[in-house]
Design a protein around this ligand. Structure first.
Ligand code: PLP
Length: 392
């Protein structure tokens, strides 16, 4: 017996543990200081009432013989898939309900989708990025090449025609940089994927934060249906980080080696996944309802205001940053050429404000820092004031 030796190749990532340890040490040494956490990567507002009502009703259904539900469909209930397809339609993208797979979240799908691809494929992953793509592919033993991002390309890596890739992860709006691709840029990625016979895994977990005229879905781009899979989540759209629900879209015409990727994923899910619970799917359908959309957007608006406070702060200080407009994340260049951890220590020590060192998201994140908009208005304002005082 041998364990999966690919795990030996994982780089220990203590980012959030180190952030927590340093913050706790500081709190213990300075009990008089009020620490403000702008590193929060989780939602903080409660679920919308229309969603809770639908989930409660879903639970009630389970109380009675005539409405009881057992195992759900592997791919989700039809009414939820229809509601998700209607949601796509609301921003002008046409996907069929039977191309949508309801899941327990985008993180699982981002990792599990690898099951339908050969381990001999080369994977292209932007740097910096959500670490799950890298670790899942290291575990699978795939060769990874990185697409570097920097201030030069505004943290939006573009394809390099000299590099071949079979699988491409894109994340827009991006975690951690908050940067979002425009249609022209996505067209380049789609052309590159088609030329390389590659498949794009497009993580649109933050699409609901888009305000500018930018694509909410890769499927708004011609040709994407022949080369892309989209992974979505209700976590940040509707506060489902604890409830757990997402959806993955695989167009029927997406084929490789004569096989439908949709059918392979169905087979994979039917083998290893037993679906999302009835009550949660009732809540998910409520998110897509007109009232659900209104209530969820109220919460998103709250976070957007925090992002605006932080963007205005950085504008006033003349710091370079990305994000903040179409994303809950603000990604800033550390001032005075500090590296990411030096700036973390500096900000904690001088302002009692906590963020996330960019170097934890990839080599290209060195010298950058992520702040999030998930704290309260009051605390975000207070943090902005403290940072302003530090640098004015
Ligand atoms: N994709 C990105 C880019 C994320 O930042 C996150 C969560 O932070 C996820 C996916 C995970 O989504 P879920 O909560 O649906 O698993």
């Amino acid at each position: 017996m041998e364990i999966n030796r690919n795990f030996d190749n994982l780089v220990p990532n203590y980012l959030f543990a180190d952030v927590a340890r340093k913050t706790n040490e500081y709190a213990a040494a300075h009990p008089e200081k009020e620490i403000i956490r702008l590193g929060i990567g989780d939602v903080t507002l409660p679920l919308s009432s229309v969603v809770v009502d639908a989930m409660q009703k879903g639970c009630e259904d389970l109380r009675y013989q005539e409405s009881f539900k057992g195992y759900p469909e592997y791919e989700g209930y039809d009414f939820v898939r229809q509601a998700a397809a209607d949601y796509y339609k609301s921003f002008g993208v046409s996907v069929s309900p039977d191309e949508i797979f309801i899941s327990d979240g985008a993180k699982s799908d981002c990792g599990n989708i690898g099951d339908i691809f050969s381990r001999d494929n080369t994977v292209l992953i932007p740097d910096p990025v959500y670490p799950v793509y890298v670790d899942a592919n290291i575990m699978a033993g795939r060769k990874i090449v990185y697409a570097a991002s920097s201030a030069e390309n505004h943290f939006l890596a573009m394809p390099d025609k000299h590099i071949h890739a079979d699988i491409i992860y894109l994340c827009s709006p991006n975690n951690p940089t908050g940067a979002a691709y425009n249609a022209e840029q996505l067209k380049e990625w789609v052309s590159y994927a088609l030329e390389n016979d590659a498949v794009i895994l497009y993580d649109a977990a933050y699409e609901a934060f888009i305000q500018d005229d930018l694509p909410r879905s890769i499927f708004s781009i011609d040709g994407a249906r022949e080369c892309a899979i989209e992974l979505c989540s209700l976590s940040k759209t509707a506060g489902f980080t604890g409830v757990r629900c997402g959806y993955t879209v695989i167009p029927k015409e997406l084929k490789r080696n004569g096989h439908s990727l949709h059918d392979l994923w169905y087979r994979r899910q039917a083998t290893k996944f037993n679906g999302v619970s009835w009550a949660v799917q009732c809540g998910a359908a409520a998110v897509f309802s007109p009232e659900g959309q209104r209530q969820c957007l109220d919460n998103i608006h709250y976070y957007r205001q925090n992002a605006r406070i932080l963007s205005e702060l950085l504008d006033s200080l003349g710091f370079y940053y990305t994000g903040g407009k179409n994303s809950p994340y603000i990604w800033l260049q550390c001032p005075n050429h500090m590296d990411s951890w030096t700036f973390f220590d500096f900000l904690l020590d001088k302002a009692a404000v906590v963020g996330t060192p960019g170097s934890g998201f990839g080599e290209c994140g060195q010298g950058y820092f992520r702040m999030t908009s998930f704290n309260s208005h009051e605390k975000t304002l207070e943090a902005a004031q403290r940072i302003k005082t530090l640098f004015s």
